[in-house]
Design a binder for this molecule. Structure first.
Ligand code: PMV
Length: 349
């Protein structure tokens, strides 16, 4: 490694995740008001290369490019983020960084691009920092803490499969600072679960999740919501362990609609679902009744639907999407994803 003049680089591919029990409401330094659990995805990921070298001068400490284009808004967000994390990784103080990132899915579409984006950056920065000094905690734990500081849900993307973030009595060794993988407690049917993402709109979100989280303070249902999330987590743990898909469907849909109910009853209120979102939800519910196949919808902070179902139903569900749902999607866009194995590193140096 020539750290004097030449650029070295690390590259991480890190996936997005879909929350089953939702994180909505935070305190302190991006700490969650309730514990959440998610499936890490496979095909929806960010690929981020960070070039680094010893600082040559006081100038140009950071350059950020999204899909090969400089982006001032992101550059500013990343610069602020780096200011926050040098405390944890002081080696970064002596470096110049060039960050190049690409997503495999539309940005700001309610697919958590911030989860994949910040987890990829955090993993990259940990890979770089550990070349100079020991990390304060185990590698992925450090990365999860740092990803969290960029975007809460990003804390969960540093692991594959099912991932839990936040303190709860229902699992062991949980923490608000970082996420933990919980795959040993998952029935095999869920390990290969499918997630078809129905893109109702690929526009920028009307209300950022930062504002949404803050509206949980003094929300009329604040305490009821955090108690509900904890109970749902307890029930989901059992469903995930035993492979009870009927229970899984009920909890996951209850969480999705509760999240959006919180948005609709915030002061001020906001509503991210579109008419097409509701049409798709009705059709999913009717299809489930008719076919007795355990399919579940869920939503993040946006209008798009994540349709979760077992691998064994893939052919039928793809046909259902094609025949009945696709026409309600923006330009018929559907991303067929599944539960994935988590981030991957490519060390280029
Ligand atoms: O990570 P943030 O701050 O963008 O919050 C995302 C919150 C939800 O996606 C709505 C739920 C979750 O747990 O991922």
């Amino acid at each position: 490694m020539n750290t004097e003049m030449n650029w070295n680089s690390v590259c991480w591919k890190s996936p997005s995740n879909i929350a089953l029990v939702k994180y909505w409401g935070k305190y302190g330094q991006q700490l969650p008001r309730n514990a959440s659990i998610s499936f890490t995805l496979d095909k929806s990921y960010s690929q981020t290369t960070i070039f680094f070298r010893k600082r040559q001068s006081d100038q140009l400490l950071l350059d950020f490019q999204l899909k090969g284009q400089s982006n001032e808004a992101f550059q500013l967000r990343i610069a602020k983020y780096l200011d926050r994390i040098v405390e944890t990784l002081p080696a970064l103080n002596d470096l110049e960084l060039r960050i190049e990132t690409e997503n495999t899915f539309p940005h700001s579409a309610g697919i958590a691009s911030s989860a994949s984006g910040f987890s990829a950056i955090a993993l990259g920065l940990c890979s770089i920092a550990e070349k100079y000094e020991p990390l304060p905690r185990e590698f992925f734990q450090t990365a999860s803490c740092l990803a969290r500081l960029g975007s809460g849900s990003a804390a969960r993307s540093v692991y594959g499969g099912a991932v839990l973030w936040g303190e709860t009595n229902w699992y062991q060794q949980t923490a608000n600072e970082y996420a933990i993988p919980v795959n040993t407690e998952i029935h095999p049917v869920f390990a290969s679960y499918r997630d078809s993402i129905l893109i109702v709109s690929d526009g920028i979100k009307a209300v950022s999740s930062t504002i949404g989280h803050s509206l949980m303070h003094e929300h009329d249902f604040e305490h009821a919501r955090f108690a509900q999330a904890d109970q749902n987590l307890k029930k989901l743990q059992m469903a995930l362990q035993t492979g009870n898909q009927t229970e899984f469907v009920q909890i996951v849909e209850n969480e999705a609609l509760s999240l959006h109910a919180m948005m609709m009853t915030s002061k001020p209120w906001f509503l991210l679902m579109k008419p097409e979102t509701l049409e798709i939800i009705h059709r999913i519910s009717y299809y489930r009744e008719r076919k007795k196949i355990p399919i579940a919808f869920t939503l993040d902070a946006g209008p798009n639907i994540h349709l979760l179902y077992p691998e064994s139903a893939e052919t039928e569900i793809h046909a259902f999407i094609h025949e009945e749902l696709e026409s309600f999607c923006y330009q018929k866009q559907v991303i067929h994803d599944k539960v994935g194995a988590g981030p991957k590193v490519f060390d280029l140096s």
